[in-house]
Write a protein of this length. Structure first.
Length: 55
């Protein structure tokens, strides 16, 4: 996927092998990039996730 692609919460949870609740705790702690609101959905930018995983 290109860095500008956006993915749903389920993909983020699968990447980190965590639950939805844990994902949001880590977002609030700054360990996972914050998502963006897109209409009625919340999406994460792939490039931001790649950068966070590389740290």
């Amino acid at each position: 996927m290109p860095d500008c692609a956006r993915v749903p919460e389920a993909v983020v949870c699968a990447l980190y092998d965590i639950s939805r609740d844990t994902a949001w705790v880590r977002v609030k702690a700054g360990l996972i990039p914050a998502p963006i609101k897109q209409g009625n959905t919340t999406r994460w930018v792939v490039g931001d996730l790649r950068a966070a995983l590389a740290r």
